[in-house]
Design a protein around this ligand. Structure first.
Ligand code: FES
Length: 149
């Protein structure tokens, strides 16, 4: 756990109504919500741990398990699908040795799928962190992944 929970809570004056924002800030620093961070936030804010967990598990954007340094999102929307997105995803899974929604053991990558990111004409579309990679055939997957540490 790298995040300074006390500093983050102080940023919001310990306002219990800002719990979602506080969890967002913790996740921004740690890339997920470590158990110890949730316990500390609960203690500092005097909010029951069960309540902290119910917020942390309600929003899909929050993760309770470690996330990779790089987030890969493979678009499986209709337009990308007809252009071979399933093969791109298969190649990603093969290269990384994980399935979708999983993270590599070395915490290098987390692999997710999405349904349309608004660039259908450029499919198959893959987004790594905030960078869009269009017309990404399965043959381009390995060279692309090699660019990320
Ligand atoms: S279906 Fe993939 S970008 Fe629209």
């Amino acid at each position: 756990m790298a995040a300074d929970i006390q500093a983050i809570v102080d940023r919001y004056d310990g306002d219990k109504g800002q719990l979602v924002s506080i969890l967002q800030d913790i996740q921004a620093e740690d890339r997920y919500l470590p158990k110890e961070a949730l316990e500390e936030a609960s203690r500092i804010m005097d909010v029951p741990l069960s309540q902290v967990y119910s917020v942390a598990t309600f929003f899909r954007a929050f993760s309770l398990t470690p996330r990779g340094r790089h987030l890969i999102r493979v678009c499986l929307g209709t337009a990308c699908h007809v252009r071979g997105a399933a093969r791109v995803l298969e190649k990603m899974e093969l290269d990384l040795g994980i399935k979708r929604e999983e993270t590599t053991d070395d915490l290098r990558f987390t692999l997710e799928t999405v349904n349309c990111v608004g660039c259908c004409a450029l499919g198959p579309m893959v987004i790594i962190d905030d960078k869009y990679h269009g017309q990404l055939g399965s043959d381009k997957v390995s060279p692309l992944l090699e660019k990320y540490e």
